[in-house]
Ligand binder design. Structure first.
Ligand SMILES: Cc1ncc(COP(=O)(O)O)c(C=O)c1O
Length: 391
């Protein structure tokens, strides 16, 4: 049998998928399983967006699109970037991609090669490390301290810099920790990036999901950062459009060029009717985003409070994103515990080990994967599961 390329050797399947497969098998057997694993929302795409996609299909937008993306969609995106992200961009600064995961992969593939090190503040989203591996680069973990609520510091980053460091990945708000980086933290990242001439890949998937008095700041809008930053956006969370596969990468045109080359020879373009739906999403009512954010805002405190009542569980209240990321003291790996929670409690969570070594000893609860009452019921089941472990 032909052997796979070496760059595949270290690539692991997404932690979110492994537990989900077992859960689906049990659900098919009739078990009542509560899914708190994947980040994709339980909501469906709002009707006016679906209608715009269908109208585009009926109008014949069924074939090719421009590789960079439809002008109308990119113009709508540029307006949103100016009003919400404080970025004055032209449509040429936007590369439309089939989901943001693909755009992030283009960024790695376009810039990272053998011998290049990529700094990943940990815990980190499941795919960054794998995408660096797929690009034959070296992922370098920057462990952040849970005691300091995963604050991003100049010193933590500086300690991992070597002559081979090529890029820094920032995910703000962070999946899975929920950390929303302050301007000071982003300035620390900007200082390191400037001093060491790094490419910054900034993933703003959860930009709308910020709680309390927190504020989301786009790293590329800070002085000096635009020229070295590729910023990733998706329609998966705020518009419940995971299945449409729609995202984009924003940056200076020159910086986007290598990504465009990879895109043109792989996915080619994003379906034009999908982009028409995306334009309707951007230009239409945004009220649902606030409703979904408020649901998560209230769930995050209730879920954390309930978990903190259980001996052996601690959960900080997330500042943003759509997850709780509790720590447990039980002497089991997070992968074992996640499997055991499916079998014994009928709840699917994501094992913390999927977010890097720093994530071990934790598990992730997705607050938007199931309706609120099911999230609360799932949290109760998790609590009873851990109480039974205490004996
Ligand atoms: C941090 C982060 N980045 C990127 C993605 C990918 O989103 P999509 O490819 O659906 O746009 C996700 C999805 O879970 C995510 O959590």
């Amino acid at each position: 049998m032909p052997s796979p390329a070496h760059r595949i050797d270290n690539v692991q399947p997404p932690a979110t998928i492994v537990a989900g497969d077992r859960a689906r098998t049990l659900a098919l057997q009739g078990r009542d399983i509560i899914d708190l694993s994947q980040s994709s929302p339980y909501h469906v795409t709002p009707p006016h967006i679906v209608e715009a996609g269908m109208a585009a299909l009926r109008a014949g937008l069924t074939n090719i699109s421009s590789p960079r993306g439809e002008l109308e969609f990119r113009r709508a995106m540029a307006r949103k970037l100016e009003s919400y992200n404080d970025l004055q961009v032209d449509f040429d600064n936007i590369l439309v991609t089939p989901g943001s995961k693909q755009g992030l992969y283009y960024s790695m593939n376009g810039y990272i090669g053998e011998g290049d090190e990529v700094l990943l503040p940990e815990p980190t989203w499941v795919s960054f490390k794998q995408q660096v591996e797929l690009s034959q680069g070296t992922p370098v973990s920057v462990p952040l301290s849970e005691e300091e609520e995963y604050c991003l510091t100049y010193d933590a980053l500086q300690q991992r810099i070597t002559p081979a460091t090529k890029a820094l990945v920032i995910n703000n708000p962070n999946n899975p920790t929920g950390r929303v980086y302050s301007v000071q933290e982003l300035q620390a990242a900007a200082k390191i990036a400037t001093e060491h001439d790094l490419l910054v890949i900034c993933d703003e998937t959860y930009e709308y999901f910020v709680y309390g008095s927190g504020r989301h700041v786009t790293l590329a809008s800070l002085p000096g950062m635009w020229d070295r930053t590729l910023t990733s956006y998706t329609f998966t969370k705020a518009y419940a459009m995971s299945g449409w596969r729609l995202g984009c990468i924003v940056g200076p045109q020159d910086l986007l060029e290598p990504l465009r080359k990879v895109h043109e020879h792989t996915a080619s373009f994003v379906s034009p009717f999908v982009q028409a739906a995306g334009t309707a999403a951007l230009d239409g009512p945004q009220d649902h985003i606030e409703e979904w954010r408020l649901d998560c805002e209230s769930l995050r405190t209730v879920v954390a409070a309930r978990l903190n009542e259980v001996a052996g569980l601690t959960c900080t209240v997330p500042q943003g994103a759509t997850f709780a990321f509790p720590r447990y003291s039980a002497n089991h790996s997070s992968a074992e515990l996640a499997m055991s929670m499916i079998e014994k409690a009928g709840v699917v969570v994501t094992p913390g080990s999927g977010f890097g070594d720093c994530g071990e000893g934790h598990f992730r609860i997705a607050l938007m994967r199931s309706p609120s009452d099911r999230v609360l019921e799932g949290t109760d089941r998790i609590c009873r599961f851990f109480e039974s472990l205490q004996g």
